[in-house]
Each structure stands twice: as structure tokens, then as C-alpha cells.
Design a protein around this ligand. Sequence first.
Ligand code: RTP
Ligand code: MG
Length: 141
Amino acid sequence: MALERTLSIIKPDAVAKNVIGEIYARFEKAGLKIVAGRMKQLSRLEAEGFYAVHRERPFFKALVEFMISGPVMIQVLEGENAVLAHRDLMGATNPKEAAPGTIRADFADSIDANAVHGSDAVETAKVEISYFFAATDVLSR
Ligand code: RTP
Ligand code: MG
């Protein structure tokens, strides 16, 4: 088992639905610790930079517009196999395909407005965490 960190974002749709606490509770019940967190209104440049890997994809513009449509809640989660554990809690990208009981099955409306983001690998997580947090902002405990 490996102690990992992953970046989680509660997207504007879920923030607007007032379910930050319900989503945090799922992280905590699964044994993931919130070791950094902040609410933020992303600028267009920040959203484009964060999702730069998708720049050439047809959904890129809509994704950026959605991510800047309201505040997001950004956190670092820490725990055993945190990257995969968090992806399991999130469910499939398209909520129609997400397993019952996952965050996206319960809170997401569409593949575009799908409630949460999670890093997809340990190396990606390192880049994504440093995109939003200084090393001194992440407080392991
Ligand atoms: P995320 O990065 O947000 O955690 O989502 P993910 O890994 O499950 O999915 P990814 O392939 O990284 O795509 C990033 C976001 O782009 C939107 N998307 N739309 N219309 C489409 O075919 C499509 N594919 C992806 C989704 O909102 C996805 O979360
Ligand atoms: Mg992704």
C-alpha cells in the first residue's frame, strides 16, 4: 500500500447545489484526509492551464466555460492509494455510466457538469497539487 496525495475539485455545479459537506463526508468515510483546501473563482487562464492536456479536444471550450461559471472548492486528499480511492468515489466521467452510490451518480447532471474532478495518476496529482497549492499549504497529519 502506498500513502498518496491527489487533487480534488468540487466543480461549480456541485458547489451551487450546496453539497460540499456531503462530498467531504464521503472522502472522510473512505479514510481520505483533507490536508489542504480553498474555495476559488478560477480565471479563464487558470482553467485553460489546468485542463491544458485537453486543449485540442472538442469539449475544451465548454469545459473551460463550465469551470469558470462559479466558485470551485479545491482540496488535497491524502491516504492509502488516494488517487484510485478518490476516482472510485467519483465514479465514471459520464454520470449516466457512473456506478450507483458514487459522487457523480448522486450529484452530477451530465458529462459536462459532472460535479467533481480528481487526478488520474500520482504524477499528474503532483503537478495538479502544485498548480493550486504551495508545499507549505499542504498539512499532513
Ligand atoms: P476530470 O479530469 O474532470 O476529473 O474528469 P475525468 O478525468 O473523468 O475526464 P477527462 O477525460 O479528464 O475529461 C475532463 C472533463 O472534460 C469533460 N469531458 N467531456 N463530451 C465529452 O466527451 C467529454 N469528455 C470529457 C468532462 O466534464 C470531464 O470531467
Ligand atoms: Mg481527467
